[in-house]
Design a protein around this ligand. Structure first.
Ligand SMILES: [Zn+2]
Length: 308
């Protein structure tokens, strides 16, 4: 079982051997651990690629788990211009999704905050410039200048180049792949004490399939939804519904445009029922149970994928 918590990448050192320092914060007890990851450069494709803005972990399976909104860090120059504080930032990010990617052997985990660059939006909208880009929030004290935008978009471009290379390799090896595109969403925007958003329009899990060839991928997507719905979640079933709140973002759209009929990105949005979205505190039992629920879908999805 992984430690439910937040991964922060502190530093990457490049020498003959690459190594990185992470901080893993355990949400059960609030303590932090320093983790060192050593990467000996081997022949051929590296198993783990590290950038200050993303972790790519490469494994041997056609299932990839991605958490593009997991990140919380920003470059110092970005942080200095932000008007919003850390709590406001965190509220709109997708905490815990980085940990849930550990269900799959291949993982893509964003380390930069979406307030620096949003990997789930088209390139020309990836840096928030006006409040309309960010739920009406006044994001900036000093709006980003062209140089800063350019630096953020370089991360964006690198990210998409690396995802393309990774998926191409996996498709070569397995024929087809499925990407679990993991997200979370808020349902208490009116305030901590105000009633939550209407559950009829805000499922516990929203499955976004609006950007894929739904008919072609039906056996895989239907199997995924059935498995997730049937999982015994503390003696009950999760409320899993399709395209009610979201249809899926740009990351999935790009995957489907680049690899039609070869890659299926299922946008999986967990409502923040597993945490207090205002305090930022997650309930470890709910976090664990969601991890297990996601994990329970893997065998069925792999079977459906093989039979496609
Ligand atoms: Zn998200």
């Amino acid at each position: 079982m992984p430690i439910p918590g937040r991964i922060t990448l502190l530093e990457i050192f490049e020498t003959g051997t690459q190594f990185a320092i992470f901080v893993l914060t355990n949400i059960r007890c609030g303590s932090s651990f320093l983790c060192f990851l050593f990467l000996v450069k081997a022949k051929g494709a590296p198993q783990v690629a590290l950038h200050p803005h993303c972790i790519f972990q490469r494994g041997s399976s056609p299932i990839v788990a991605a958490a593009v909104h997991n990140g919380h860090d920003t470059r110092r120059s970005v942080e200095q211009r932000l008007a919003i504080d850390e709590d406001e930032q965190q509220r709109e990010e997708d905490p815990i999704t980085g940990e849930w990617t550990q269900i799959a052997k291949t993982q893509i985990v964003g380390l930069r905050s979406r307030f620096e660059v949003d990997l789930n939006r088209p390139r020309d909208k990836a840096v928030y410039e006006t409040p309309a880009d960010a739920w009406g929030m006044e994001v900036w004290d000093t709006p980003p200048d062209p140089k800063m935008i350019e630096a953020s978009l370089r991360e964006y471009d690198e990210f998409y180049e690396d995802v393309e290379a990774l998926l191409r390799e996996l498709i070569e090896e397995h024929g087809r792949v499925v990407v679990y595109d993991l997200h979370t969403y808020n349902h208490r925007r009116e305030g901590a004490d105000a009633p939550p958003a209407d559950p009829r329009k805000n499922p516990e899990v929203n499955i976004g399939t609006g950007t894929m060839d739904r008919k072609f991928w039906a056996p895989v997507v239907d199997r995924f939804i059935t498995e997730l719905r049937e999982y015994d979640f503390h003696g009950r079933n999760l409320d899993v519904r399709e395209n009610v709140k979201f249809q899926g973002g740009y990351f999935g759209e790009w995957i489907h445009t680049t690899f039609p009929e070869q890659a299926c990105a299922i946008a999986i949005e967990f409502k923040k029922f597993f945490m207090d979205e205002w305090e930022g505190e997650a309930n470890p039992d709910e976090v664990d149970c969601i991890y297990k629920a996601l994990e329970s879908t893997l065998p069925g999805v792999q079977t459906a994928l093989r039979q496609l």
